[in-house]
Design a protein around this ligand. Structure first.
Ligand code: ADP
Ligand code: MG
Length: 297
């Protein structure tokens, strides 16, 4: 909507996990390296955890790009609210298994064959499950059993599980202790530090076609970080709303007053909110004054 106004060739703050907008923060870089290493070293299970919106799915998208480029077979389950039947059907579909995909027995038989064939040719096969914290207990049990498939020398299927921190707690259940013990590699994503938030916003604007960003003044960037609490998804939503507001007002830069409005519209909660909103607000001021307010006002 505002792309032409700001001269973007692409929307900078989409909420999709698009690897072409990747900001290589140290922890994202490390997480991706771990996922790739875990897959290659045939460790069996690898787990990636992080709060909502910290970039887990984006990492899995990057991993898929990597696997596709290196011609490594994989199945990707992005919807984890599935039954055992759907679980096997989706694996069969993704790995293009030639069998009756609605029969668990046939899928398992066919999967085992393909895994042995791939292993025989020195090839890895990967199962990626996003939103793993939502998996039902019976599906988790099937995941555990798939992790048991092995030749005399190695695990046949590398399984990457990504989920919110409660996934770790779910694995504490006595019935899943075995699965927990088998997770050979773990990584987690934390919210950004302030400097990372600023670099992150700059990177996305750069990729959208604005190399030296001019829309968010420094003090606004710091405040966006505080209100988004360093969570990439929230940063995106705030920045997108700010650009929209600036565009509607035909202004080239966003301001703290706009951020107050956006925060209210988004019903944002953050530490120190009361004090921050104690300042006089844009809506409460006479219109003639509004455009000349300094951001630190
Ligand atoms: N390192 C990153 N580089 C670029 N965008 C990111 C990064 N991390 C997160 N995002 C963005 O933040 C939003 C939420 O990321 P997502 O991967 O969906 O989080 P999660 O799966 O943990 O809930 C997406 O719009 C995504 O593009
Ligand atoms: Mg996700």
């Amino acid at each position: 909507m505002y792309n032409a106004f700001f001269g973007f060739k692409d929307s900078p703050f989409n909420l999709t996990p698009d690897p072409s907008f990747l900001y290589r923060s140290r922890q994202h870089e490390e997480a991706l390296a771990n996922l790739i290493y875990g897959v290659h070293s045939r460790k069996g299970f690898v787990a990636l955890t992080g709060e909502v919106g910290t970039g887990k799915t984006t990492m899995l998208e990057c991993l898929q790009d990597y696997l596709a480029t290196h011609r490594i077979d994989f199945a990707f389950l992005f919807n984890s609210r599935i039954s055992v039947e759907q679980f096997f059907e989706m694996i069969a579909y993704d790995l293009d298994l030639q069998c009756n995909r609605t029969s668990k027995t046939e899928v398992l038989f066919s999967l085992n064959q393909i895994l042995l064939e791939n292993a025989g040719r020195g090839r890895t096969t990967v199962l990626i499950i996003d939103e793993a914290h939502n998996l039902e207990w019976d599906v988790l049990e099937e995941v555990r059993l798939l992790g048991n498939l092995e030749s005399r020398r190695e695990k046949l299927l590398q399984i990457v599980l990504a989920g919110q921190p409660e996934f770790d707690r779910k694995l504490d259940a006595p019935s899943l202790r075995q699965l927990k013990q088998r997770i050979a590699l773990r990584c987690s994503l934390q919210p950004f530090e302030e400097l990372e938030t600023i670099e992150y916003i700059g990177t996305r604007l750069n990729k959208a076609g604005m190399p030296e960003q001019t829309v968010f003044p420094a003090e606004l960037l710091a405040e966006i970080h505080v209100r988004a609490q360093g969570i990439p998804r929230v940063i995106n939503a705030i920045c997108d709303n700010l650009l929209l507001t600036a565009f509607a007002l035909e202004l080239r830069a966003a301001s703290l007053e706009m951020l107050d409005e956006v925060s209210e519209d988004m019903r944002l909660e953050w530490p120190g909110k009361r004090a921050a909103l104690g300042r006089p607000r844009l809506r409460e001021r006479p219109p003639s004054e509004a455009h000349f307010l300094s951001p630190s006002d």
